[in-house]
Design a binder for this molecule. Structure first.
Ligand SMILES: [Zn+2]
Length: 156
């Protein structure tokens, strides 16, 4: 992915979703809801190459020392999520254009458009692990905010 696309995506994500910026660059454990201690483990992923073959790629993934589950980098989770959303809205936008503007409104165009709507919905919901990680982080932040608001506020 070219750098400008990445930073643009980041910017978009920051503008819309990010009320509280992710300050820590540490891996997040969804099960424990925290930046717990972790150890890095090598996981082998099968990848496809351009010639149609496959090869194994080793990726270092942090694992939680408490629950042993794989952990996630919240920044890349967010990027992935917004990448899918961008892709989804592009597909939906294009299909709306084709179904309703290029062709007249009919049962067929409506059916085709509904099909694209379903595909897009599935696509947007696809990165479920990333969504879960970000949701649990949002909950964690809410809880933290609540804890902080219970503390006596110092008057200036
Ligand atoms: Zn854990």
């Amino acid at each position: 992915m070219p750098v400008y696309f990445n930073s643009k995506l980041d910017l978009m994500a920051e503008e819309i979703i990010d009320i509280t910026p992710i300050s820590k660059n540490e891996p997040w454990c969804t099960s424990c809801s925290g930046f717990t201690d972790y150890q890095r483990k090598w996981t082998t992923y099968p990848r496809a190459d351009l010639d149609g073959g496959t090869y194994a790629e080793n990726i270092e993934i942090p694992h939680c020392t408490v629950c042993q589950n794989p952990m996630y980098d919240l920044r890349s989770c967010k990027q992935l999520l917004w990448g899918f959303r961008l892709l989804g809205s592009t597909i939906l936008g294009l299909s709306t254009l084709v179904c309703f503007i290029m062709y007249d409104l009919s049962v067929v165009s409506l059916t085709v458009w509904m099909f694209f709507l379903i595909v897009t919905t599935i696509l947007v919901k696809a990165p479920s692990n990333s969504r879960r990680a970000l949701n649990s982080y949002a909950l964690f932040l809410d809880k933290e905010k609540l804890m902080n608001s219970n503390k006596p506020v110092r008057k200036e």
